[in-house]
Design a protein. Structure first.
Length: 260
C-alpha cells in the first residue's frame, strides 16, 4: 500500500498549540503551504496576528487564531470550547505548546515549575480531551505530541531543569496512554521527540538550504516539520507511535555551546 501524499493534507483542519513562534510557527506555515486550514493557538494575540499575516501573504488565506494558555485550566477549557464551536471537525491536533525551563543552580519559583508541568501535561491533556469530539468527526484524525529527547529513558539532564525533564517524560507517557485509549477508534496518537533544534522559519533563506546540510550539522525546525508531515501521511493502518530525531552527535556538541 502506498502512503498518502502531502496532497492529501489539502483542506484539513489542523490545530496547533504554541503556534505563535519557533517550531509551532514553522509547523503552521509549512502546513498552510500544503493547503491545510491551520488553527493557531497561543498565549499572545499580537504574536498570533503576526503569524496569521505571514500565512495570509503566502497563501491568500488568513488562519483563525485563538488565545490559549496551557498552564491555565480555565483558559484551556474556554478556548477549546470556542475552537470546537468554530471548527466542529478537526483532523489533526498538534500539541506543540509547552513552557521551557532551563537548568540553573538557583531555586525555581513555584510559578515557573507549575507552568512547565501544567502546560506540558495538565493543559495538553485537557486541551486534547476537549477536542476529541471534533477529532472523532474526521475521517483521518491524528493527535501529535511534540515531546523531546529529554523525555526518553536514560537521557542526561544536560542543561534542562528537572521540572522540564519530568514534564517531557510525562508527555511520552501521555502519548502512549492516548494511544491505548484510542484503540478501536480511528484516532492515532503520534509522538515526535526532537533534540536541540535550530530555530529557523520557512520565511528564512536558510530554510531552503537545510536538505544540503552535512551529517554532523544541527537539526532544524524544518526537519521536525517534515517529520510531522511524514507521520500524519502514513497509511491509516500504520501509527508512528514514537519518532526520535537527533543529530549525528546526539545534540551533545550543541548543548555544550549553549552552556558557553
Amino acid at each position: 500500500m502506498e502512503a498518502e501524499s502531502t496532497n492529501s493534507l489539502k483542506d484539513l483542519n489542523i490545530a496547533i498549540t504554541g503556534a505563535a513562534r519557533g517550531l509551532g510557527a514553522a509547523l503552521a506555515i509549512t502546513l498552510s503551504d500544503l493547503g491545510c486550514n491551520v488553527i493557531l493557538c497561543a498565549r499572545s494575540r499580537d504574536a498570533l496576528d503576526v503569524i496569521a499575516g505571514h500565512i495570509e501573504n503566502r497563501t491568500g488565506r488568513r488562519p483563525a487564531g485563538f488565545m490559549v494558555d496551557l498552564a491555565d485550566a480555565a483558559s484551556v477549557e474556554s478556548s477549546a470550547k470556542e475552537i470546537v464551536n468554530n471548527f466542529p471537525t478537526i483532523d489533526v491536533l498538534i500539541n506543540n505548546g509547552a513552557a521551557w525551563l532551563g537548568g540553573r543552580e538557583t531555586p525555581y519559583e513555584a510559578v515557573e515549575v507549575m507552568s512547565a508541568i501544567n502546560s506540558a501535561l495538565t493543559g495538553t491533556y485537557l486541551f486534547t480531551q476537549a477536542l476529541i469530539p471534533a477529532l472523532k468527526k474526521s475521517t483521518r484524525p491524528d493527535v501529535v505530541i511534540i515531546g523531546s529527547v529529554s523525555g526518553l529513558p536514560n537521557v542526561s539532564l544536560y542543561n534542562v531543569s528537572v521540572p522540564f525533564y519530568a514534564a517531557k517524560h510525562g508527555q511520552a507517557a501521555l502519548a502512549d496512554g492516548l494511544r491505548q485509549m484510542f484503540l478501536g477508534t480511528p484516532i492515532r496518537s503520534i509522538c515526535i521527540h526532537p533534540p536541540w533544534i535550530q530555530d529557523i522559519s520557512p520565511l528564512d533563506e536558510e530554510w531552503d538550504a537545510v536538505p544540503s546540510r552535512a551529517k554532523n550539522e544541527m537539526v532544524t525546525n524544518r526537519d521536525i516539520a517534515e517529520a510531522v508531515v511524514y507521520a500524519i501521511t502514513r497509511p491509516r493502518h500504520v501509527t508512528i507511535a514514537s519518532m526520535i530525531i537527533d543529530s549525528d552527535a546526539q545534540g551533545m556538541d550543541f548543548r555544550s555551546r549553549l552552556k558557553e
